[in-house]
Design a protein around this ligand. Sequence first.
Ligand SMILES: Nc1nc2c(ncn2[C@@H]2O[C@H](COP(=O)(O)OP(=O)(O)OP(=O)(O)O)[C@@H](O)[C@H]2O)c(=O)[nH]1
Ligand SMILES: [Mg+2]
Length: 379
Amino acid sequence: MNPPSPPPKPKARYIMVGGFLGAGKTTAIARLARHLTGQGWRVGLITNDQGSELVDTALLRARGFATEEISGGCFCCRFNSLVDAARNLTAAARPDVFIAEPVGSCTDLVATVSYPLRRMYGEDYALAPLSVLVDPVRARRVFGLEDGGKFSDKVLYIYRKQLEEADLIVINKCDLVEADRRAALRERLRAEFPQAGIVEISARTGDGLESWFDHVATGKQSSRAAMEVDYELYADGEALLGWLNATIRIDGARPFDANQLLEGFARAVQSILRGQAAEVAHLKMTFGPEPGLGDLAVVNLVRNDFVPELSQSLEEPVQAGQLIVNLRAEAPPEDLRAALQAALCDLAGDTPGLTAHLEHLEHFRPGKPRPTHRFAAET
Ligand SMILES: Nc1nc2c(ncn2[C@@H]2O[C@H](COP(=O)(O)OP(=O)(O)OP(=O)(O)O)[C@@H](O)[C@H]2O)c(=O)[nH]1
Ligand SMILES: [Mg+2]
C-alpha cells in the first residue's frame, strides 16, 4: 500500500501595498505587520527602490520586522529578486504572510508581479487584493478638487494608472482632511475607478484600520484582465522624477539634538527646492545614533507647501551618527544633489564643531521600466 500523500503545503499570503510616493505605505505596512504579528502570524516584509540605502528598510528593521530590500529597480523589473527575497525570508523567518511595498513611482503591478506570481508560484502564494494608498491632499489636487502644487501630466499618468489597477483604494491620512472634503474625493475616485473598493484610514491615528486589515488578510485578488499601459509614457513620467539617496556620517564636538538637526536639514532642502519650483514627492530621512540601540529619529516632507514632520524622535542628545536621506522630487537629479550639498554646508555652519562626511551618494532618473514578465490575464 502506498503511504498517504503529505497534506498540501499551506500557501503564504502575499499582500502588496502600492500607491504614490509619500502616500503612507510604509507607515500603514508597519501597522499591518504589527497587527498580524499580534494575531500570531509570522510576517516578512519586502521593501523596494530604484536606489539603495533605504530609509524604509532602516525603519522597518528598527521595529524588529524581518525585512528584505530589493534595490536597484522596481519589483516588475526585478521579479526574480522578489522571489529570491521571499525565499530568503522563508529561510530566516518562515513567514505566513509577506507584505511588499513597491516603489511609489511604479505601476502595472498586476500584470508584472501579481499574475506572474499566480501563474508561476501559485502553489506557494495566495494573493491578497492589491491596495493602493492615496494621500487625500495630494489626490484632491490631482483630481482638481483643490489648488496647490502638482506634478506634470506624464507623472500624473502614473498616478492614475496606479489607481486604475487597484482592487482597493485606501484613502490614508484621514486625520488631515475634513469629512466633506473626503466625501468629495471619495465620490470622484468612485466615479473614475469603479473597479475598486474604497476604504478610509489613518495609519497615524489608527482610524479605519480594522476594516482594511480585514480586507487584505481575508480577501482575494480579483481576476480581471490587466489594464493597458503605454510604456513610453510611463517611462517619460518616471524620468521626470529625480531620485537621490545619500548616507552621511555626522560627528559633533559635543552632544547635539538630532531631532532638531533633521528638521533643520529638511527645511533647508525644502527651501532650496521651493526656490526652484521643484515639486517634492517625498523627502525622508533617518538619523541613527552611534553607538545606538536601533532607535531612530525620522523626518518626512511630502509636498513643498507642507512642513517637515518628525514622525519619530530620539529622547537623548547624541554626539555622532548616520543620516540617511532619500529624496524624490520632480526635478533634475543634479539639482537635488546641489540642494543636498548646500543644505549640508548650512548644517555644518550652523552647529560649531559639527562635521558631515558624505559616505554614499547616488542621484539619477529612474530608467525605462522593462518588466521581467508581463501577463495580461491571470491564466
Ligand atoms: N497625518 C498623517 N500622516 C501620515 C499618515 N500615514 C503616514 N503619514 C505620514 O506621511 C509621510 C509619508 O509616510 P510613508 O509611510 O513614509 O509613505 P510611503 O508611501 O511609504 O512613502 P515612499 O516609500 O517614499 O513612497 C510620513 O510623514 C508619515 O508619518 C496618516 O495617516 N496621517
Ligand atoms: Mg515607503
